[in-house]
Structure formats: C-alpha cells, structure tokens
Design a protein around this ligand. Sequence first.
Ligand code: FES
Length: 143
Amino acid sequence: MSFNNLDTLYRQVIMDHYKNPRNKGELDEGSLTIDMNNPTCGDRIHLTLKVEDGIVKDAKFDGEGCSISMSSASMMTQAIKGKDLETAMKMSKIFSDMMQGKDYDEGDLDLGDIEALQGVSKFPARIKCATLAWKAMEKGLKE
Ligand code: FES
C-alpha cells in the first residue's frame, strides 16, 4: 500500500473510533477511577477500570477532547481489555515509544488499531492528546 493510501486508511480508523467510540461510559462503583487532564488544553478523560486477578477485565472511558484524544482512548480500552497488567503496561510503553518516533518492538502483541495513531508523532503539539488515555491507564494500574 502506498504511503498516501495508508495515511487515508489510518485517518479513517481514527475518525471511526472518534465517531463510534468503543467502551464509552463508566463502570460501576468499586472500579478503579482515574481522572486526568491534558495540561496544554484542559481536555479531560474519566477512565474506569475493573482489574481482577491481575487481569484488566473491563475498561470504559468518558470525557471531552479532540478526535485524537478520544479515538486514542477508544483504542486503548479496546487494546487492554483481557490483558494482564504487565502486558497492558508493555503496550503503554510501546505506544509511548511510537509517539516519540522511536523504534518499537511489539513482539507477538497485536497492536490492532493503535498503529493508526503513529503519524501523530510528527505533530509534537498533539502527542499529549494521544497519550492522555494511556497515561491515565498507567496511573490507575500503578495504584
Ligand atoms: Fe485537547 Fe487534544 S486538543 S486533548
């Protein structure tokens, strides 16, 4: 696939997650709750995670933000559901490396739609949009 076609495909994936967010909403009380702002714009994410036996059983998000931040949250919740904590943190590290334009090794992990965001690394002002949901998830799992 040519670069241009890949770009168009990635843009469509991002817009699809923005318009039809996966895992939008809030889990019931007793779930891990994380609220985080993007300091550069004030947009926010409200993330709830259900962790049992070291596995992320469920994840939902709510909030307000640009298409990059909300689609990234949608992709992130989709990616970490059913993963153990170590794998979820590893995915977060891969995503962080991707955003910094570093080489990353996904090993046998399926990054799925996440790779659609790799072009964001070329726009430093938007990187915090893309990493907001991942930072919130990391904060929750570290607690
Ligand atoms: Fe606020 Fe992207 S502009 S999160």
